[in-house]
Design a protein around this ligand. Structure first.
Ligand code: PAF
Length: 281
């Protein structure tokens, strides 16, 4: 496994693979890898000959009041996990390598990013789209894998790729949960034991709402109420609980008559957690 710290090294490695007609997949991450990330690696390996994992805590997607400085980092551990999972190269740049001091070009998606997490994190998706397009351009990967845990992010990246004719296939991978139901996230690290136990109310609410939907409940307010009640009863502070159409990420009123997404963000203590379920039926 190669560790590339510069754009030039990464290009060299990927160019050699492309010259040998090998299909390259990228799995963009911010490190502190868990089973969710590693499931993306497995999917990447099935869909390409070579897998690059990028590990970069991207400063431009964090607002000044957010957790950029305390975001968990452990490169040595990540390196071992990648090696064991058969990753071919890690791209591990510094912020200076990714952003020139006078960096001034941004990719901003202006529709899907206007709801859900975009409301409380107004610059977040601009930072995500910009860094992800850079990663696509650096590796010229033909495939990229994103988790459904960050459903809005994955849908926005798909939109960006379509709108800007980026030659890459985006695979959306299933959300991975702990055995107790909690959606896997590097931020789970911040939770105290008590917060972690109470935060299970999020996935419990998601499962109950999904069950109600599968049993015929097609009223968005009823499904949102099931999830909101579960979070509130556990002492969580809701940022949002929304039921939106998958193609627009705008609220569905009345009856759920098209592919939908029930999504939420909630605080347990100071930690903001997100979860969702795609409702297809
Ligand atoms: O999902 C993440 O970890 C990040 O938003 C990503 C896609 C790696 C971009 O920094």
């Amino acid at each position: 496994m190669q560790i590339c710290k510069t754009v030039a090294e990464t290009r060299q490695v990927c160019d050699a693979w492309h010259a040998s007609n090998l299909k390259v997949a990228i799995v963009p991450t911010m490190g502190f890898l868990h089973e969710g990330h590693l499931s993306l690696v497995d999917i990447a390996r099935k869909n390409a000959d070579k897998v690059v994992v990028s590990i970069f805590v991207n400063p431009t997607q964090f607002a000044p009041n957010e957790d950029l400085d305390k975001y968990p980092r452990d490169f040595e551990r990540d390196e071992k996990l990648c090696e064991a999972r058969g990753v071919d190269a890690i791209f591990y740049p510094t912020p200076d390598e990714m952003y020139a001091p006078d960096f001034s070009t941004w990719v901003s998606e202006d529709s899907l990013s206007q709801s859900l997490c975009g409301l409380s994190r107004p610059i977040h998706f601009r930072g995500v789209c910009t860094v992800v397009l850079k990663l696509f351009n650096i590796t010229c990967a033909q495939v990229a894998v994103f988790g459904k845990k960050d459903a809005q992010q994955a849908l926005i990246i798909k939109r960006m790729v379509r709108d800007l004719n980026v030659p890459i296939d985006i695979i959306m991978a299933p959300l991975v949960r702990e055995d107790n139901g909690l959606a896997r996230s590097s931020r789970n690290r911040y939770l105290s034991e008590d917060e972690r136990n109470r935060a299970l109310a999020i996935s419990k609410g998601i499962f109950s709402a999904e069950k109600a939907f599968n049993n015929g409940e097609k009223n968005p307010d009823a499904l949102k109420a099931i999830l909101a009640k579960s979070i509130q009863e556990a002492g969580g502070k809701i940022d949002y609980v929304e039921l939106v159409a998958q193609d627009t990420l705008r609220a569905i009123d009345g009856t759920i008559d098209r592919p939908a997404l029930l999504a939420c963000a909630a605080y347990f203590g100071k930690t903001r957690l997100i979860d969702n379920v795609f409702l297809e039926g």
